[in-house]
Design a protein around this ligand. Structure first.
Ligand SMILES: Nc1ncnc2c1ncn2[C@@H]1O[C@H](COP(=O)(O)OP(=O)(O)OP(=O)(O)O)[C@@H](O)[C@H]1O
Length: 325
């Protein structure tokens, strides 16, 4: 497992990582989320001993990274797919890593095959597309057959087949009992991959919980109802002390009562329902709800520079400032 205790990183006045304490457990995929500049990459770099903490500690299997003998056999990481010698072939890049970590040469062919780069193994990495570079970085992470794997934005640049492949790869690594820690801005992808989430904002821990608890705690869930006998349904709900909100197109939304209870209530009054569907917010909605306060970088939503007022809510402060308000 990976343990962080009071991990802090300051760059001058800027506190990039602020007193983070959490544990990444084996056997599951843990997603690491946060808005731009939240401190995810800085945290991952400290986990790998690439940056020194200003305070606090990180332990990988109970040890500091620098105390690990042949570290690639303990923890494999993809941090930056471009961080490789472009003049080397994929095979030679992996061979150098293997030789400096006591890993047998045969393992290079194995991981090239796993990531689907065997056919281009002799080609120079500088000619690789972003997606091929990601695959090569993932091959490097897998090289030492480590129990702990860490991926920073692994699906960046991958095509749909590649995204599907990495999702299954991470799940299967976790199913083998390994510790898998992955950051991504693609919420829909994270929702399909991660079992547990660690969320940070402005360097601080905002959440450390299961995916389902995270969505439940940070979003509204409700039941949507539609009936050709809408007025009678409203009366029945009212009599039962249940508040329904009209949601347009003849649909009603009910908070705090399960679909089962509503279905039985309707059946008990012989009411026809055309829809009875529990609605749960997406991970993206829950993430935006939780991190709204800690988003540092807001886009201006007036790219044409027309000065037109914002059409919807949710603008940052920038528009008002530009208007001189
Ligand atoms: N070497 C550095 N010197 C000064 N400030 C830095 C340095 N590295 C990171 N920072 C600052 O620390 C903060 C956290 O950056 P970091 O790259 O860790 O965030 P992140 O969550 O990975 O962001 P993103 O999602 O955009 O990749 C940012 O404000 C960044 O500008």
């Amino acid at each position: 497992m990976i343990e962080l205790e009071g991990l802090t990183k300051r760059y001058g006045e800027k506190v990039a990582v602020n007193n983070l304490t959490f544990t990444v457990h084996p056997g599951i995929v843990t997603g690491f989320l946060g808005p731009n500049g939240a401190g995810k990459s800085t945290t991952m770099r400290m986990m790998l001993g690439l940056d020194n903490p200003s305070a606090g500690v990180v332990r990988v299997d109970g040890k500091h990274y620098s105390q690990l003998k042949d570290p690639l056999t303990y923890i494999g990481a993809l941090l930056d797919a471009k961080a490789m010698h472009g003049g080397r072939s994929a095979f030679n890049h992996l061979l150098c890593l293997a030789q400096s970590n006591g890993i047998p040469r045969g393992r290079v062919d194995e991981v090239l095959d796993t990531v689907g780069l065997t056919a281009v193994a002799k080609k120079k990495a500088k000619g690789f597309s972003l997606g091929m570079g990601q695959r090569l970085g993932i091959a490097g992470a897998l090289l030492g057959d480590p129990e702990i794997l860490m991926f920073d934005e692994p699906v960046n640049g991958l095509d749909p087949e590649g995204i599907h492949w990495i999702r299954n790869l991470m799940k299967s690594l976790a199913a083998q009992g390994r510790t898998v820690f992955v950051s991504s801005h693609l919420m829909s992808e994270m929702a399909l991959t991660a079992d547990h989430l660690v969320v940070i904002g402005q360097g601080r821990l905002l959440a450390d919980m299961t995916m389902s608890d995270f969505i439940r705690q940070n979003s509204r869930s409700y039941v949507r109802l539609r009936s050709p006998q809408r007025e009678r349904l409203l009366d029945v709900l009212h009599e039962a002390g249940i508040t329904a909100v009209e949601a347009g197109n003849g649909t009603l939304e009910v908070d705090g009562t399960s679909a089962e209870q509503l279905g039985e209530l309707a059946a008990g009054h012989q009411l026809v329902l055309h829809e009875l569907s529990p609605q749960q917010a997406s991970l993206e909605e829950a993430f935006m709800q939780l991190t709204a306060e800690s988003v540092e970088y807001h886009a201006h939503s007036d790219p044409a520079g027309t000065g037109a007022p914002p059409p919807t809510e949710g603008w940052g402060d920038g528009w008002q400032q530009r208007k001189g308000a």
